[in-house]
Structure formats: C-alpha cells, structure tokens
Design a protein around this ligand. Structure first.
Ligand code: GDP
Length: 455
C-alpha cells in the first residue's frame, strides 16, 4: 500500500565523506526546507535550483551546518513527489543531526529502497528499471554496469512491451468471439491469433535463451583453480591478480583453505577460487581443505585444472582428472619454461587446453581469453542495444509465459475460446509480473527491501 506521507533518509553511504546528502520526499518536503534551511539569498527555494545557505534548528534557530539545498517540485523529481535534498558536510554526526532535524518536522524515516519504490508506484519507472537502479549500484564490472544501464533506460521493458502488444491483439480477437458466441472463429482470425502468439512466443524464447550469458554478465563467473600440490595454482592466481595474495612456497600443500578474489577479465567479473592441492594425505587440516575443494568443483562455472608439465603424469594427476570429470574444465599446462615431461593418459574431456608458465606470465593472455570465451555462449556485444535476461525472477516469469504460449499453440485448433483467453491472460500476467504491472505486494516488498536506505 502507498501512503502519501513524507519520508527522509541519508542517501550517501554511512561513514565520513566530503558531502552527505539527506533526501526528503513527499508533500511536506517544501515545508521541511522552509523550517530547517535558511538560504543566504532572499526568495526561498526555487525548484531545480541549488541554493547556498545554513541548516538550522527549526525551533531555536541555531545554525547546524553550511549546506546546499535543492528543491525539486513534483512531478520533475526522482520519486515524482516534491523532493528536497540537503547537501551538507559529510561527517556521520552532522549528517545524522540534519536527518534528525528533518524528522523533527514530522516526517518519517524511509524504508530501504522506498524512494525508488515511490518512483515505481508513481509510474516514473517500471519494476525492471527499479531493479536496474539497484544493479547499477552493485555493479562490479563493465559488463554488469552496461547491462544495468540498458535496463534502466528501458530496453528490456520496451521489448516486453512489444510481446504484450502481440498478446493483447490476440486476446482482443478471442474476446470478441466470446462476446458473440453465435460466430465461429474464422480462418483469418485463427491465423492472425496464431501469428501474434507465434511472434510473442519467439520473442520470449529468444529472451530466455540469453539468460545464461546475462547471469554471467551481471554476476560474473566463478572459476575454481584445482591441481596437485606444487602444480603452480597459487603462482597462477597471483599472476592473475597481479599481487601476492596466496602464499607461494616450494613446500607442497600450503594453500589449505579456499582463497577467493574477484578480477576483471576484459570487462567481465571473474571470481577466482584457489584451492588446496588435491593429493592423498594423512594431515587432517589438509584433508579438510581437500574435501572443501572437491565439494566446490560441481558448483563452479568453470574449473582450471593446473598440471605441472615439467613432471611425469602420476597418481596425483589422475586424482585431479577423476575429480574434475563432468565439470566444464580448462586444462592448464603450467611450467612450460622447463623441460616438458607430462604425457596425459589418452584423450580427455576438457573444453580447452592452454599452455602457460605462471612464473613468467607466458600464455596468461590466452588463458584469460579462453576463460572469457568459455564463460559466455556469445561474445560480449559492443553495441549498447543488446537485450539479455539476467535475473532469475525475470527468467522464472518468462518461463511461465512461454509454457502458456506453448499450450495456446497446441490447443488453438480445438477452438475452445474460453481456454484460449485464459492462457493468453495468464501469459500476459506472467509478463506483467516482470515489468511490475501484476507483481504482488509480497514480491515488491522482497525486491525493495534488498535496496539500501536512502535509495
Ligand atoms: P601450488 O601448490 O599449486 O599453489 O603451487 P605454487 O604456486 O606454490 O608453486 C609451486 C612451486 O612451483 C613454486 O616454487 C613456484 O615458484 C613454482 N612454479 C610455479 N609456476 C611455475 C612456472 O611456470 N615455472 C617454473 N619454473 N616454476 C613455477
């Protein structure tokens, strides 16, 4: 439910910074400005103009901080309500004081994501765009940011709008016949409905096929580094990180826990996990590390199996092969700077193989490109107009729509108009759940509660 009261929150991150921004949205925003802000120039706050002045205690008139204030008259604001922003000094105490002053004027502290929720409820943005705002804030790679910006600009929303158009067209024809039951569905109408449903269905299916890549672009890809002790896993990780994060020694078995770091491979976020070397051991701590590694293998998007190519194939290498069987594994033959002795026992099921020397950095670029290629079904497009699905919520709703559309395609020849209308409405409902037209309050609560306060 949307109560049109006035909300306030600190919109800058917690802690100390150069500037702290307190945002106030709702019908009392102008009044709060009037009570606690004194502009140095006469004439009060003018909409969409910054004013320099002082934040003061409304009752005693005591100056609290020097600040800039901007008032944005509805509907030309983030929430489409009256909005006041006070830009004061960014110390946590001063920011809290200014917020307390605003609250003392009778406004309430905003819930997490409530400003964006109001922007959604007031129709400024749809739900996809609201989620994109959150993604922009959370983006940790170029690819994720580009995707989020596109969704905020409405590319996915427009695409789904076209799907909706097709389905509404089909539904209006079906409903016309339900209203005039004496007419049978004519052949042209059937073919028009089939065509509209076909177009919608193709659009939904091709969107669904982009989900795996979309998820990787948004969340990044997890890459697990495995290998026997001393194969060079930590050296490889350090090279990739370009810093000394994991301990590199010449004693086997030093990386006993899993080390996780996120790196950027040409705009793609890659979560690298360096693991304990896999081998037979009596050492309990090491055994625990190895069990953890083995448990992680099936969860990783990609596995880098590192082999020491300067040594003969042995039992421990065989353990690696056994452990990674069934996973999407890139074989990494390390230590190519040394005399080569490794001979694999027959053909293996690797998705790619790369030769490297972690110690010199040779082959690293090829490895990085191979990871990028294998992480995505299609290369990252350069253009800003690619549309992909990246959220499980969107995928689940569209999968539901796809099922309805499949049912319609199968049943249309039966001529059961009521059933046809039901399935069309259900498909429209599922698409509306993505854009927010038919999303339940529970789902909205869930989405917006994961925002930060002040957004
Ligand atoms: P891990 O146990 O698999 O993590 O292996 P480390 O990264 O700790 O490396 C084990 C030893 O192999 C260290 O002495 C490294 O300096 C050495 N090493 C790693 N990569 C290479 C390489 O490409 N060439 C050579 N010659 N030595 C390497």
């Amino acid at each position: 439910m949307y109560i049109r009261d006035t909300i306030a929150a600190v919109s800058t991150p917690p802690g100390n910074g150069g500037i702290g921004i307190i945002r106030i949205s709702g019908p009392q925003a102008a009044e709060v400005g009037h009570i606690i802000f004194r502009p140095i120039h006469d004439g009060g706050l003018v909409s969409h103009r910054f004013s320099f002045g002082t934040v003061c205690d409304g009752v005693s008139g005591t100056p609290i901080d020097e600040a800039m204030a901007v008032f944005m008259r509805a509907p030309r604001s983030y929430t489409r309500e009256d909005v006041l922003e006070l830009h004061c000094h960014g110390g946590w105490l001063i920011v809290e004081k200014v917020l307390a002053l605003a609250l003392s004027c009778g406004v309430r502290l905003a819930d997490p994501g409530e400003f964006t929720r109001r922007a959604f409820l007031n129709g400024r943005i749809d739900l996809i765009q609201a989620e994109a705002v959150m993604d922009i804030i959370a983006s940790n790679s170029e690819a994720a940011l580009q995707l989020a910006q596109q969704e905020r600009e409405g590319s996915l929303s427009m695409h789904l709008g076209e799907v909706r158009e097709q389905l509404l067209r089909a539904l209006s024809r079906v409903e016309a016949y339900i209203d005039f039951p004496e007419d049978d569905l004519g052949e042209t109408d059937v073919s028009n409905i089939v065509a509209a449903v076909g177009v919608a269905s193709d659009m939904v299916s091709s969107l669904l096929s982009t989900y795996d890549d979309g998820r990787v672009l948004r969340d990044g890809v997890s890459v697990l580094i495995v290998g026997k002790p001393n194969a060079g896993k930590s050296s490889l990780l350090n090279r990739l990180l370009d810093e000394e994060r994991a301990i590199v020694t010449h004693f086997p078995g030093t990386t006993r826990d899993i080390i996780e770091e996120t790196v950027n491979f040409g705009g793609l976020a890659v979560r690298l996990l360096d693991t304990a070397g896999i081998r037979h051991t009596e050492d309990f701590v090491e055994q625990t590390g190895i069990s953890r590694t083995l448990a992680k293998i099936p969860q990783a998007d990609l596995v880098l199996a590192v082999f020491d190519s300067s040594r003969k194939f042995d039992q421990e290498d065989q353990m690696i092969l056994d452990a990674v069987g069934g996973s999407r594994t890139i074989a990494v033959y390390n230590k190519t700077d040394l005399h080569q002795q490794l001979l694999m026992p027959g053909p293996q099921n690797f998705i790619a193989t790369v030769n490297i020397a972690a110690i010199t950095g040779d082959g690293l670029e090829t490895l990085i490109n191979t990871v990028r290629e294998q992480a995505l079904k299609s290369p990252i497009p350069d253009s800003r107009d690619f549309i992909v699905l990246s959220r499980a919520r969107h995928r689940d709703s569209l999968a539901l729509a796809e099922k309805c559309l499949d049912r319609i395609a199968q049943n249309i020849s039966d001529g059961n108009l009521e059933l046809l209308a039901l399935d069309l409405r259900e498909a429209l409902f599922a698409i509306g759940a993505v854009t927010g037209q038919t999303t339940t309050d529970e789902v909205l609560d869930q989405i917006f509660s994961s925002f930060c306060i002040g957004k």
